[in-house]
Design a protein around this ligand. Structure first.
Ligand code: PLP
Ligand code: ZN
Length: 487
């Protein structure tokens, strides 16, 4: 029930199949330069335990109160089997709520769906899952004496740096962090996060893809630990998202559809990989459908899969345009080779095409985000993107009427409230192509009747008759605007 270190993790190159030990931090294959994934060379030992027993183990761990097992390492054997629990960094990530939409919303969107609120992770995005894994591993390397004085670096569309800075700050003074952000392409909230965690923050002209080139150069030429999703430990931690969905739905994946946004494609890689592993061990009997969503303004993965003939598919990076799904505004996803490999494995294992990619407009992303949040949700623009993607997939028959959908709200609404504000004030630059719908606009109204002699001001309270007059007049004014009836 309580996990012990076991197994043997190795890096494996997705291109030339070369394998490497994990005691050196690797991001790309030293032989051919392609991306890597982590595999457990002794994964098959997990098959000695039946799916039924694994389910009992995870359900039992859910009831424990042991910090190391409270988060993603509830699934220790699948996430980081070599790690002693003492090295696990848990800052509250994982086991985010899965919230069913109300009947009204399900009616509007054409079927049953839930949001999984990954914005309720500690730095308010799903990136915490991968950082918990990457930093737990670094903590292990430090304690074992393999590395010291780690400088962790990453490029970010905002949320990776927030998560990296947070988890690195927990490991002060052994780990310091530096983050590179595209200048003016992250929200003020996202900028405040690594600053608040004490990271060194560098703003770089250009977009994310430019920042990524620079951290790649740094990681190839200097002694730094790269925390982008090139780092396969990030992917491993993010697989917990799939495990949680499986457990939440009591391991019944028949007629389930999981929808996620695609940016650098680390998230979708992890989701696919996670379900594959649970299926292989018999924890789930069926693989759910998976649908990736991209904005028309950053759609290289969608374009790749537009070509129906796998032989003819060619990956072409795209030049991105501004997108409200800003954390996914990526034209050349680092994990594309992982996606190509895992999608074909997944479809093969399922015996049919179970993964597809849809594209949505900026307008639909904003409209669906705002509609969701007017019906009890707290989803970010990427959550809106998933909802818009679900509606598109339902209308073209990729999702059937009887199927239940889990949408990934990858971050909290508050991180992206600037876009909501731009919508409400109709000041999106033309390049977004977004025209606000009047029924979704909202704005505060100032209530200050002109006939009042005195109103309260900071440091100047009212009392007596002026206060009574103020209360009565303002209440009258509000009652008038709300068309309230007197009792
Ligand atoms: C990083 C991020 C994405 C994109 O995920 P990838 O793994 O890069 O595909 C989507 N939404 C939010 C909020 C993110 O932070
Ligand atoms: Zn290789």
């Amino acid at each position: 029930m309580i996990p012990e270190p076991a197994g043997e993790l190795i890096y494996r190159c997705l291109h030339c199949d070369a394998q490497f030990g994990i005691l050196h931090l690797l991001y790309t294959c030293p032989e051919c330069g392609h991306v890597l994934l982590l595999y457990d060379a002794e994964f098959d030992r997990l098959k000695q335990i039946s799916g039924q027993t694994w389910r009992r183990i995870f359900d039992y761990r859910r009831m424990l109160n042991q910090p190391a097992l409270n988060g993603i390492y509830r699934y220790h054997e699948f996430i980081g089997p070599i790690l002693p629990l003492d090295d696990v960094v848990w800052l509250g990530e994982g086991h985010t709520p899965v919230v069913e939409a109300n009947a009204r919303m399900q009616g509007k969107a054409g079927g049953r769906f839930f949001f999984k609120n990954d914005g309720q992770n500690p730095s308010a995005s799903f990136k915490d899952r991968g950082m918990a894994s990457a930093l737990s591993y670094i903590r292990y390397l430090i304690r074992e004496g393999h590395v010291s004085d780690v400088l962790a670096v990453c490029a970010s569309t905002g949320d990776t740096s927030a998560a990296a800075a947070l988890y690195a700050s927990f490991l002060q003074p052994d780990v310091k962090s530096a983050v590179l952000l595209p200048h003016k392409r992250v929200t003020p909230q996202q900028l405040s996060q690594p600053l608040g965690s004490g990271a060194m923050v560098f703003e770089i002209p250009g977009v994310f893809d430019d920042c990524m080139k620079i951290v790649e150069h740094l990681s190839e030429n200097y002694n730094v630990a790269l925390l982008n999703s090139k780092n396969a430990w990030r992917i491993l931690g993010q697989e917990s998202y799939s495990y949680e969905i499986a457990q939440e739905f009591e391991y019944e994946m028949t007629d389930k559809v999981v929808v996620a946004p695609i940016g650098n494609a680390g998230n979708i890689t992890a989701i696919i990989s996670g379900f594959l592993k649970f299926h292989e061990i018999g924890l789930i009997d069926e693989l759910p459908k998976i649908i990736g969503v991209q904005s028309e303004h950053a759609n290289p993965v969608y374009k790749y899969y537009m070509e129906p003939d796998p032989e003819k598919r060619r990956f072409e990076p795209v030049q991105v345009k501004p997108s409200v799904a800003q954390a996914a505004m990526i034209g050349n996803p680092v994990s594309m080779p992982r996606v190509i490999r895992l999608v074909s494995e997944y479809n093969q294992r399922a015996g049919q095409q179970k993964i597809s990619v849809v594209e949505v407009s900026e307008q639909d992303i904003m409209d669906w985000q705002l509609r969701a949040n007017r019906n009890g949700h707290v989803v970010c623009t990427h959550g809106g993107e998933c909802l818009a993607g679900m509606v598109a997939a339902r209308s073209c028959g990729k999702i059937a009427a009887h199927e239940t959908v889990v949408l990934d709200s990858t971050a909290h609404a508050l991180k992206f409230s600037d876009f909501q504000q731009m919508y409400f004030e109709n000041r999106f630059p033309a390049e977004y192509g977004i025209t606000p719908r009047s029924e979704l606009i909202n704005a505060p109204e100032l209530v200050q009747p002109g006939d009042l002699e005195k109103v309260p001001q900071p440091g100047k309270h009212l009392s007596g008759q002026p206060l009574d007059a103020f209360v009565r007049r303002v209440a009258e004014e509000i009652a008038h605007r709300l068309e309230l009836k007197r009792v």
